[in-house]
Design a protein around this ligand. Structure first.
Ligand SMILES: Cc1cc2nc3c(=O)[nH]c(=O)nc-3n(C[C@H](O)[C@H](O)[C@H](O)COP(=O)(O)OP(=O)(O)OC[C@H]3O[C@@H](n4cnc5c(N)ncnc54)[C@H](O)[C@@H]3O)c2cc1C
Length: 450
């Protein structure tokens, strides 16, 4: 036996490598992209990780629990989230963020100033700068410092077999075409989903297939192909995280906190077209359906100042993508919107904020009315990542079509069925990183007990 665990993918899977090594086992991480520190989804993320009932929440006086989180998941997904996975992840979430702080040494802090659609408590944990590059750097530094973990990159997992010992073998291919077979007690598929494979996206996610893809180019569906070759079952392949707030000019995420703090999303003429607070993921397809497939986030200086804690938002501001004007008429001139339509939308939302009117789209959460000077950022819809994948149990074990575990094979993150049910609307903030880090962590615990 070469190692106890081969982890394929150095994104969220690194949490599984670190947990496995902490439990006294040897790990080999194989990573297809030598630039993964800047190129994978974990590195591109906003680093928001939910932890329900954590000590960070208690210190901030926030009362939360896995049960409360599960209720939110059930409400957002219409009860369609995989129950085993959702329960396991909601239950481990607080332990996970505390472990990242205590064992990995991450400067974890509660994002106590932001609300996200569908979360009934402020339960996002993050790092200073609120960017996944910091998160991934911390994970990678800890991996490199651990003498039980080797990280091999670039090296692509191309197959998983069964070794003569009854354990697994991982077939790895190098860029020069050479291949190597490594024997291991188990393999963890942490290779993300299939967002970078246009054919698979067209097949499973036709409603979002035409928009920009804003995720890792290495999310090519390798886990699906490898899983299929072993008889694995799949689930929720139509699930995805979209986003309706990618800056058209900067091609960087404008945080949805702009909206949750009172901003509006309007079409090219300045007209709202839905309740923005339901969720940014489902808003992507709505935005794509507007004339020209673009829109604007209308905000003000108060909101702008609040969002500067997000690295991505600062990048958007620094790129010059924010248009500012003292009046809505001037803002309309600078953006090509219709002044009367924009003014009517802002006035109507101010009335909702004051409690004087109800919103025809059903929006009830308006932090405050917009005030001059006004700002606007042009946005386009994007696909961030796919959410369905290989069916797994509460330990991250990959299941066959009869529901039995395929021994020695685990999946996490975008490679596995997520906790978002079907379509785009089930995505709650944090539903990407929690399965990525959490299923990898749970797989390590299971392997240690096996
Ligand atoms: C802009 C943006 C912001 C986001 N913000 C958040 C957020 O705040 N909170 C949240 O929960 N989610 C967020 N997400 C989603 C989140 O980033 C992903 O769901 C999560 O990072 C997926 O982790 P992963 O480990 O599955 O994939 P990745 O982090 O992409 O890692 C997979 C790795 O596997 C490698 N790989 C692929 N195939 C192979 C192979 N065959 N062999 C070896 N290696 C391979 C890839 O190169 C890659 O490094 C965001 C996504 C985007 C795009």
């Amino acid at each position: 036996m070469d190692v106890d665990l081969v982890v394929a993918g150095a994104g969220g899977g690194l949490a599984g490598a670190l947990r496995t090594a902490q439990l006294g086992m040897d790990v080999l991480v194989v990573e297809a992209d030598e630039h993964h520190l800047r190129g994978n989804n974990t590195s591109m993320s906003t680093a928001m990780i939910p932890g329900a009932g954590s000590r960070f929440q208690r210190a901030a006086g926030i009362d939360d629990s896995p049960e409360g989180f599960l209720d939110d998941i059930a409400a957002k997904t219409g009860g369609q989230a995989d129950p085993r996975v959702a329960t396991a992840l909601a239950t481990v979430s607080a332990e996970l963020v505390e472990w990242l702080a205590d064992h990995v040494g991450m400067p974890i802090e509660l994002a106590g100033d932001v609300d996200y659609p569908g979360h009934s408590a402020r339960r996002m944990h993050t790092l200073p700068g609120r960017h996944g590059s910091v998160l991934l750097q911390c994970l990678t530094d800890a991996v490199r410092a651990h003498d039980r973990i080797d990280l091999l990159a670039p090296a692509r997992l191309v197959g998983v077999g069964t070794a003569r010992t009854g354990s697994r073998s991982a077939v790895v291919r190098y860029p020069d075409g050479r291949s190597e077979e490594i024997s291991a007690r188990a393999v963890l598929l942490a290779t993300n989903g299939f967002g970078a494979d246009p054919e698979l996206v067209r097949t499973h996610l036709p409603e979002i297939a035409g928009v920009d893809y804003h995720g890792s180019e290495h999310s090519r569906g390798d886990a699906l192909r490898i899983g299929a070759s072993l008889g694995a079952a799949t689930g929720c392949l139509d699930a995805y995280q979209g986003h309706a707030a990618v800056s058209a000019a900067a091609r960087t995420l404008v945080t949805w906190t702009t909206v949750m703090q009172g901003g509006l999303v309007v079409d090219g003429e300045g007209r709202r077209f839905g309740d923005e607070t339901l969720g940014y993921s489902e808003f992507a397809a709505l935005l794509a359906a507007q004339p020209g497939g673009y829109g604007w986030i209308v905000l003000d200086e108060r909101i702008n100042d609040l969002c500067l804690s997000f690295t991505d938002f600062r990048d958007v501001v620094d790129s010059g993508a924010v248009r500012t004007a003292d009046t809505l008429g001037e803002l309309a001139e600078r953006t090509g919107m219709s002044a009367p339509i924009l003014a009517a939308e802002v006035a109507a939302m101010a009335a909702v904020a004051r409690g004087d009117a109800s919103d025809p789209h059903g929006r009830t959460h308006v932090a405050a009315p917009l005030a001059p000077p006004y700002q606007a950022i042009e946005v386009v819809p994007a696909l961030f990542h796919t959410q369905g994948g290989l069916l797994v149990d509460e330990h991250g074990q990959v299941l066959d079509t009869a529901g039995a575990p395929l021994g020695g094979l685990y999946a996490s993150g975008g490679a596995a069925v997520g906790m978002s049910g079907h379509g785009a609307a089930g995505y709650l903030a944090g539903n990407g990183l929690l399965p990525a880090l959490g299923l990898a962590y749970l797989a390590a615990d299971h392997l240690a007990a096996a």
